[in-house]
Design a protein around this ligand. Sequence first.
Ligand SMILES: [Zn+2]
Length: 208
Amino acid sequence: MMWTISPEELTRLRQAVGLSSQGLAEFLHVSEATVANWEAGAVRVPFSQVRHVRWVLGFSARNQAIKAIDLPECEWSTKFEDRPEPETSEEQRRSEQEWSAHLATCRVCQEREVVKKRFPLVLPPQPLWFETLSILMGGWLPEWAEPSVPGALVFGIVGLVRDVRLTNVPGTWGTILDVVLVSMVGAAAGLAMGVFRYYRSRWKTRAV
Ligand SMILES: [Zn+2]
């Protein structure tokens, strides 16, 4: 299952690429205790994070494969790669510019790039239904807001079915209004649950 990652799988993949839980936590901008909680199964890896987690693990696996061949090292690029990941798109753009400026002049890095191309970044396949499911499950929202989308959907569908089954149907507009209102209640319920779950998991994380 690609939209989730089990505690066992996470631990196994992390160890396979030689990443410490602290190292993984730094990549993901989460605390080490969060990673520990995921691996212990105390907290589920949120939908919004699963792809990022898998990406980091795939990226590390590739780096490990490249390290295994004895390539000449470039001091500049080693330092560059050790820098924390850019957080804003502006930082990201500047860092890409710096990198291409260096690459244009560095023979060692050019050679390394050629080798890297032989190790494409292996990411889990992302079928269309996954994207759809992720949208329906609120994967595009911050973690605490995720359940508001499935909440709105479930309530909306139940509202629609109830309206359609009524003997005196309230008419098209009446039905739409009903469904919208009921969906909003569902979204609010989902949001309340999400916020509660988020703060509970943060509290749990701190308690470790
Ligand atoms: Zn270089």
